[in-house]
Write a protein that binds this ligand. Sequence first.
Ligand code: CU
Length: 146
Amino acid sequence: MIRCVCAAALALCLAVSAPTLLQAAQASPVKVGFQALTKAGEKIPLNGDHYLTFGFDKPPKLGMAIMRVEIFTRDGKRDTSFTVKGDADMPSMRGAHSAGEKAYSLSAKGFYLMPVRLVMPGDWEVTFTISKQGKTVFRGAYLFDL
Ligand SMILES: [Cu+2]
């Protein structure tokens, strides 16, 4: 079942990648309205009072990976009162691997976690849409190569 999905995704990627290659090279890969993030592990201002950090739990490779987001107050206290949603996709073949925006789950340690299925090498994007009381305060997209 899983193998079938991967094979189908790979076939779709191969079919889509050639015609969109020129387009992808010219257009910005960042989703409209999202801040481009290229370095995991750094403190990123969220609003005036908070910052976030993000990163995979271990160096990503083909297969399953876990993205982790942590949110802190300016003075370094963990804050779990936000909602984090996101998706994973390949910018050069947008939509081919998207599962739609889903909520990160909050772990007992206060980590926001989302499993990400990295089914092929290439350019990837994992997004973070962070909101509080229904109001979006941050949209970021982590761009990396696998
Ligand atoms: Cu792909």
